[in-house]
Design a protein around this ligand. Sequence first.
Ligand SMILES: NC(=O)c1ccc[n+]([C@@H]2O[C@H](COP(=O)([O-])OP(=O)(O)OC[C@H]3O[C@@H](n4cnc5c(N)ncnc54)[C@H](OP(=O)(O)O)[C@@H]3O)[C@@H](O)[C@H]2O)c1
Length: 343
Amino acid sequence: MGSEHLVQVVLPGIVAPEGLEIREAVVPDAGRGQIVIAMEATGVSFAEQQMRRGRYYDQPPFPFVPGYDLVGRVLATGEGVDPGLAGRRVAALVKVGGWASHVVLDAKDAVQVPDGLTAAEAETVVVNGITAWQMMHRKARVRAGQTILVHGASGGVGSVLVQLARTAGVKVIGTASARHHDALRELGVIPVDYRAGDVPGQVRELAPSGVDAVFDHVGGRSVTDSWHLLAPGGTLVSYGSASTRDDTGSKQWPVLKILARVSLWNTLPNGRRAYFYNIWAGRSLSKDRFRARLRADLTEVFAAVRRGDVTARIAAQLPLTRAAEALRLAESGTVTGKVVLTP
Ligand SMILES: NC(=O)c1ccc[n+]([C@@H]2O[C@H](COP(=O)([O-])OP(=O)(O)OC[C@H]3O[C@@H](n4cnc5c(N)ncnc54)[C@H](OP(=O)(O)O)[C@@H]3O)[C@@H](O)[C@H]2O)c1
């Protein structure tokens, strides 16, 4: 791109947030089928909290540029790409590489952001919105009149999930720290304090015959408790292992343990189903199908935000060069909503 100036945040190894480094270079050109995006908003996801500890199950070797998703304007298009894309606002899920002023990616991986959403608003629902939407509609297939349990109901994924579920006429029980309970009640969620202990007991009191679906990002013991809370015909969607973020040892083992349990439970003739949801599932089998599904689902989520069914919650906006502060803030557990990075 000649004179355009590239700024990237680099994760050099297992470091405290202050160990993040800033790298500067020239923006590369878009190759065939590619676009260059000028980033307008990227964000801190739970994945970066795991990656800086070396705890994300398939992170690349250090050093690398973190950043799970981004929103920005198409600055340049490569050969074979519709030049009319230039200037459009798009969103992309990248897993790593988003914490940069400019990102080069395949044009097919970009999803258009509708007018009426700011870049920061759109950013809050890229990885979080896709995850919530797909778990609810493609895995659990939750319907009006059902009751579900959402762990971490005030978190990034959880807060989108509970709003989508309430809009669909679903009764929602949500675990969260007590300080989030009033906000959850305002969304029509019945809150449960996971820090007060005996979560299964508290949920059973609210839903004595079990719940139709549980969404569990906690992992460890919680997955087994979640499975036992299901009503006949219910679905467990496990999708993380937040409780092992600070452990040492194998980063894959906590997920492998969940996968083994899920496989075992699915062999039991009791009418219940269990899944481990992975946002990247299916990509290596068919990129086109994966992209089509992602585009359709993210477009639904953007529409839900535009209608006001889902409120985009921005905890703070900081420039890219203050990524360390942003990461510390996200990890502090003191803010509600997404910590957004801007150029
Ligand atoms: N499988 C996939 O493809 C996929 C995709 C996206 C995200 N994820 C996973 O989704 C999880 C959530 O990500 P996020 O970005 O939404 O994180 P987040 O914004 O940090 O939210 C996580 C929430 O979990 C709550 N929490 C922590 N420990 C808990 C426990 N023991 N029981 C219940 N709640 C607990 C916290 O609630 P309080 O603040 O109320 O204490 C926090 O708000 C992460 O584990 C991430 O890896 C997986």
